[in-house]
Design a protein around this ligand. Structure first.
Ligand code: SAM
Ligand code: DTB
Ligand code: SF4
Length: 338
């Protein structure tokens, strides 16, 4: 540490869009070099954290997110279910733990939880924590009181994505606003729960939209502890799935996806960057580039919430090829000034 560094912390929330666009524009090798340097300065070089998802309440959601097959506005034939029993959720968590996962993420297709749902949710958080796993919930919008209830139950993380650039939000979702999303994130922060917040690329957005998306995350007063970068899983019957099925750009270019991961890593050096949905259709080489670009977390198992995932055997083979090891214990990054 030198004298100068004391006034210039490593983590910045004052990124300009121009600076982020300039990172995206770097020659690919230079971008990856910078991302890899940042990754190594703040994280274990060859360790990847494993989280497992479970849909605890599937389908029938009143929101109209254009990417989502769980919306009542989508015609995907997905069967809506009621909230799962606490015991069944805990069985599923135990299995995830046996498979080496350290965090269990429970997702519900809700606009927001009802207060009558909270006792069961609290039991799920307590039960999973007792097994020694970290807990994460994604239940839609929360009031301040609901966030406090979750914090008191011991919830470690709350996932609530901004999904895309603020200026593009209403093109993707009309039933809530970007500001609604930010409000819930504030409630989560105030309650002292770690924030998991990211979004989706490959929704037909432009490079400028991706710049706006990363900018919105990297200028949050405190960066999310966890940043999931999803590649759209196009599902037939959803607005975006159908729209992209008819265009040659149905899938995000893999190099552009890696660039997005790298820019997330550089701008949010202390965050865990999660290579999230869309991995099933990515080559080993593209995933290896994502790890090189600073991704250090994945979802494991053969299912995300409702769609397919790479699966434990495939991931074990990939990790062996790359010499990557599962992150043993929950990792809390202590950032020091440069
Ligand atoms: N209902 C809650 C909400 O929207 O906050 C929680 C569940 S929702 C399924 C969680 C996240 O999954 C979304 O914010 C979105 O980023 C991601 N997601 C949903 N459908 C997706 C798809 N088809 N492809 C990629 N990511 C998707
Ligand atoms: C996140 O950013 N990605 C996960 C998790 N947070 C909840 C969800 C991905 C869902 C993909 C579509 C599905 O399987 O339903
Ligand atoms: Fe509902 Fe979440 Fe799907 Fe949007 S992403 S439709 S809020 S389940």
């Amino acid at each position: 540490m030198n004298a100068h560094s004391q006034t210039r912390p490593a983590v910045r929330s004052d990124w300009s869009r121009a600076e982020i666009a300039a990172l995206f524009d770097l020659p690919f090798n230079d971008l990856l070099w910078q991302a890899q340097a940042s990754h190594r300065a703040h994280h274990e070089a060859n360790a990847v954290q494993l989280s497992t998802l479970l849909s605890i309440k599937t389908g029938g959601c009143p929101e109209d997110c254009g990417y989502c097959n769980q919306s009542v506005h989508a015609e995907t034939g997905l069967k809506a279910t009621k909230l799962m029993d606490v015991r069944a959720v805990l069985q599923s968590a135990a299995q995830a733990k046996d498979n080496g996962s350290t965090r269990f993420c429970m997702g519900a297709a809700w606009r927001n939880p009802k207060d009558r749902d909270m006792p069961a949710i609290v039991e799920m958080v307590k039960g999973v924590r007792q097994m020694g796993m970290e807990t994460c919930m994604t239940l839609g919008m929360l009031t301040g009181d609901q966030a406090k209830t979750l914090a008191d139950a011991g919830l470690d993380y709350y996932n609530h994505n901004i999904d895309t650039a603020p200026e593009r939000y209403q093109e993707v979702i009309t039933t809530r606003t970007f500001e609604d999303r930010i409000e819930t994130l504030e409630h989560v922060r105030e309650a002292g729960i770690n924030v998991c917040c990211g979004g989706i690329v490959g929704m037909g957005e432009t490079r400028a939209d991706r710049v706006g998306f990363i900018h919105a995350l990297a200028t949050l007063p405190i960066h999310p502890e966890s940043v999931p970068v999803n590649a759209l899983v196009p599902v037939k019957g959803t607005v975006l799935g159908d729209m992209l099925a008819d265009t040659p750009l149905a899938k995000i270019d893999e190099i552009e996806f890696v660039r997005t991961v790298a820019v997330a890593r550089i701008t949010m050096p202390g965050s865990m960057v999660r290579l999230s949905a869309g991995r099933e259709s990515m080559s080993d080489a593209a995933q290896a580039l994502c790890f090189m670009a600073g991704a250090n977390s994945i979802f494991t198992g053969d299912k995300l919430l409702t769609t397919g995932n790479a699966g434990d055997d495939k991931d074990a083979a990939l990790f062996a090829k790359l010499g990557v090891t599962p992150m043993a214990a929950p990792c809390k990054v202590e950032l020091v000034a440069e």
